[in-house]
Design a protein around this ligand. Structure first.
Ligand code: PEP
Length: 264
């Protein structure tokens, strides 16, 4: 273990739902209304990253609650001829708090590269958003024993030119691609090993103090059954949750497991 276990107290535990391309605005309102009382007492930060068309109603539904609203992507330019895109400033303007950048589905299906991830991260930070940066290896890369190389490269490139001060608004989500939406979860040991390695990469880039304060989430088929074991690990400071975030009770159970894993 790289860093002292006590450093877990320095970090915010964050449970974020990634709704992906699910829920119409009416369905989104219903899900948030169901979720609100279930997580009202949460110690952990609770975030719902919803489709663009749901952002407005989600922000309204979550007003005066402890639920923060996030988007699932943003463009790196402030405005211009980018049909179909949404800028970070637009998100900030309507009251969005978080944005997910570099999700493996965007890398896999929409040609996202570490270079474009980095540009989006920089733009989102400049607009004042908190950014959940997703990294993770493919199954083949794990089998070839190059998980650490892949992760180190993504961390370095995706965070290129991000300052130590800006790191206060960065969350890293370790999401092994083979575990996303597949029902295959990394073991708690595998998750801890890579999250610990990510922190070591951050320490090399930013020093111990910054590295110790960054929240590192695990994502990949986390659910109400396996969350407690994963979140008990020192360097697993939260979760990015896909499928299980679409069911209020399951998501709330993960938040409860997260609360139980924190000592602050
Ligand atoms: C995700 O979308 O980031 C994710 C982890 O999905 P799931 O929980 O469904 O594997």
């Amino acid at each position: 273990m790289l860093l002292d276990a006590l450093t877990r107290d320095m970090r915010k535990t964050i449970i974020a739902g990634n709704w992906k391309m699910n829920k119409t605005p009416a369905e989104a309102t219903a899900l948030l209304e169901e979720l609100k009382p279930l997580v009202a007492d949460a110690k952990s930060e609770v975030v719902a990253c919803v489709p663009f068309v749901d952002l407005g109603i989600a922000i309204e539904a979550a007003r005066d609650t402890n639920i923060k609203i996030g988007a699932q992507n943003c463009h790196w330019e402030e405005s211009g001829a980018y049909t179909g895109e949404i800028s970070a400033a637009m998100l900030k303007d309507i009251g969005v708090d978080y944005v997910v950048i570099g999700h493996s589905e965007r890398r896999q299906y929409f040609g996202e590269t570490d270079e474009t991830v980095n540009k989006r991260v920089k733009a989102a930070l400049a607009a004042g958003l908190k950014v959940i940066v997703c990294v993770g290896e493919l199954l083949w890369e794990r089998e070839c024993n190059i998980t650490n190389e892949v992760i180190a490269r993504q961390i370095k490139l995706d965070l290129w030119d991000v300052t130590p001060e800006e790191m206060k608004n960065i969350v890293i989500a370790y999401e092994p691609v083979w575990a996303i939406g597949t029902g295959k979860t990394a073991t708690a040991e595998q998750a801890e090993e890579v999250c610990d390695f990510i922190r070591m990469c951050l320490k090399t880039l930013y020093g111990l103090e910054v590295a110790s304060a960054v929240t590192i989430q695990y994502g990949g088929s986390m659910n109400d059954q396996n969350a407690a074991e994963l979140l008990a690990k020192t360097n697993v400071d939260g979760g990015l949750i896909g499928g299980a975030s679409l069911v209020a009770e399951k998501f709330a159970a993960i938040v409860k497991a997260a609360d139980a894993s924190t000592t602050y």
